[in-house]
Structure formats: C-alpha cells, structure tokens
Design a protein around this ligand. Structure first.
Ligand SMILES: Nc1ncnc2c1ncn2[C@@H]1O[C@H](COP(=O)(O)OP(=O)(O)OP(=O)(O)O)[C@@H](O)[C@H]1O
Ligand SMILES: [Mg+2]
Length: 316
C-alpha cells in the first residue's frame, strides 16, 4: 500500500493542552506523570500495533471525572467517574434509562456534559462534536447507522476521508488497504469488497465498521448493543472482533444487556444505576447474579469482597 496516500487522509491529532492535567487533579506532579499513551504516528502502519508491549497500562486512555448531564428535570448522569484503559474491553451495563447511551454520546461528542471533566491521554479535553471525537480517535459503532447502504465496502471504509492531495481517487490503493484490513481481522465471510453494504448481514456490516475504525487508527471503539439484532453466529463473530481490537491495544467500550456475552468478552465492567456508577472493576470480581442485582438496585448484596475495604467505595 502507498503509505503516503493514506497519510494524507488520516485524521489529525488528539486533544488540546489545557489548564489542569489528570495527573495534577489526582495530586501527582505533571513532571512525575507524563500523559500516558504511546502515541502512534498517524502514518504508521497498523501492523506495528499488535500486542500490548508498547502501551502504558497504568494511565487510562480516557478518564471521566464528575460528569453530570441533565435533560430538564431528568438527571441522566450524576457525578460519573470512569477510567477506560487501553488494551481492555470495558462493558458498560445498566437497566433501561440508566444513562448508558447518554454517557456514550457524551464521549462521542454528541452531548457536552453540564459539569465535570473529560481527560484524554491524561489531558483535559472538550469534545464538542462527533467530528472532534473522530479526530481524537474515538469511533462509535452503532447497529445500523454507521455505514451508507448505497455505497460498497471500500467506499464506506474511505467515506469522508478520501485523500485530497490527488484529484483522482486511487481505487487500487483503497481496495488493497480495505482488503488487507479485513484480512487482518480475519473477516472471511465477505465475498467481495465491492459489494454494496446494503447486501451485507448485520454482523458483516459491523465487521466493516470495525475495519474502518482499525484502518483509521482509532484508539477507542465504542459499541452500543452490538449483537442486539444478530443471529448467534454473527454475534460470535462480532464478539471475536471486539476481543481482537483489545488485543491490538485499543480501548473498547461495549454496552450490552446480555450477561453471558459480557462475561465472555469483557475485562472490566462498569454498572450504571440511575445515572450513577454503582460499581466498577475487573470482571473477575463479578458474577452474573451480582451484576443483575447491581443493575436492579444500585448496590450489591454479595459480600465476598466487602472485607477488602477498597479506598473508593464504588471500586469493588
Ligand atoms: N435527548 C434526551 N432528552 C431528554 N431526556 C433524555 C434524552 N436522552 C436521554 N434522556 C433520559 O436520560 C436517561 C438516560 O437515558 P439513556 O438513553 O442513556 O438510557 P440507557 O441506559 O441507554 O437505556 P437503554 O438500555 O434503554 O438504552 C433516561 O431517563 C432518558 O429518558
Ligand atoms: Mg441506550
């Protein structure tokens, strides 16, 4: 593939420097704690990313602190604190109306929070719109809305990012890049990358959306109910893709109601209840019953970790 071809079209850098870093907010000198993530050059081939060896696994990619969001009298999010690390799948769960979609839309630049601060790679940012989120490396994969039905796979994967340096699109280079990305992700069920997206199954459509996120060097991929409308085999493929993204070092957030699925795919879980984070921690500290209780009541009746006296009462 012609790297300079892609380089010319790849999105710009992440958030702007602002007054207070996350390290400072946490009481750590900014000298002591560099913004955490090994930044990828935008022209760097994605193959260089595999494995977790390059990543700083301490500093989260994304941190939310005290995020509030209300719609009139409805407080959708209340003081949400959440860290999203690289290289891991974080499941976001909660009952209907708990605030999951509002939280994801806040991260994706659709809503601005009323209060609180978002940190990206340790620096405070304001994500004002979805374009800014995309430029930072945040991709949100919705069930059906992410792709254009009337365009083929290649056109979808390059949509909005066609290179401007050349008057003519380099169809061969685009095909090669799209094909190689899908092959890397082991997407084998797509017959032709010149197939219109309208003719793809739900799982295949998500595979193309994931391929697009990988090809354009996303750092955080968010899935809102990715398997809700999928057959079992397609759901398995999408879950496998989600795991692949994490093992390539990306941060992944998955919203799901299906507890089996969460326990098969997630490294961490965050439970929202009426706009509050009721619990967050590694998946090993939860079981489906505990998650169901937390989703329904906001507290856990399960006591095996209560003696651990965590410093943050919400950290289980
Ligand atoms: N645009 C909006 N205007 C007014 N209220 C809203 C809006 N979007 C969300 N809300 C309210 O915010 C709360 C959280 O909604 P949200 O869509 O985040 O729930 P959810 O956890 O995604 O639920 P579900 O599992 O049903 O998708 C709800 O009370 C909802 O009615
Ligand atoms: Mg929702």
């Amino acid at each position: 593939m012609n790297e300079s071809f892609l380089e010319s079209a790849r999105p710009g850098g992440a958030g702007r420097a602002q007054k207070e870093t996350l390290a400072q907010l946490n009481g750590v000198s900014s000298d002591a704690k560099e913004p955490g993530v090994t930044r990828r050059s935008l022209g760097e081939p994605t193959e260089g990313l595999s494995g977790k060896g390059h990543l700083n696994e301490v500093e989260p990619l994304l941190s939310l602190r005290g995020i509030d969001k209300s719609f009139g009298p409805v407080q959708a999010l209340a003081g949400v604190d959440l860290d999203i690390p690289l290289g891991q799948v974080t499941a976001l769960v909660g009952d209907n109306g708990a605030g999951k979609s509002v939280l994801v839309k806040t991260i994706s630049g659709i809503w601005e929070p009323d209060d609180g601060q978002i940190f990206w790679e340790g620096r405070p940012v304001h994500i004002r719109n979805p374009k800014e989120a995309a430029e930072m490396g945040i991709t949100t994969v919705y069930q059906d809305l992410a792709l254009c039905d009337n365009l083929d796979i290649v056109q979808n994967m390059f949509l909005g990012r066609e290179p401007t340096r050349y008057r003519l699109l380099d169809e061969t280079a685009m095909e090669l890049a799209a094909k190689r990305t899908l092959a890397e992700l082991s997407v084998v069920t797509v017959r032709s990358i010149r197939q219109a997206v309208a003719s793809l199954s739900g799982g295949q459509r998500q595979a193309v959306a994931v391929g697009k996120a990988v090809m354009w060097n996303s750092k955080l991929v968010i899935f809102d109910e990715p398997t809700a409308a999928l057959a079992v085999s397609s759901a398995a493929m999408v879950l496998e893709l989600i795991r692949q993204l994490a093992s390539r070092g990306l941060a992944v957030i998955v919203i799901s109601h299906v507890l089996n699925e969460i326990f098969s795919v997630a490294d961490r879980i965050a439970v929202l209840h009426l706009g509050h984070i009721a619990a967050v921690g590694p998946i090993s500290e939860f079981d489906p019953q505990k998650v169901a209780t937390l989703m329904a009541t906001g507290t856990s009746s399960w006591s095996s970790h209560e003696s651990d006296s965590p410093s943050d009462p919400r950290e289980l």
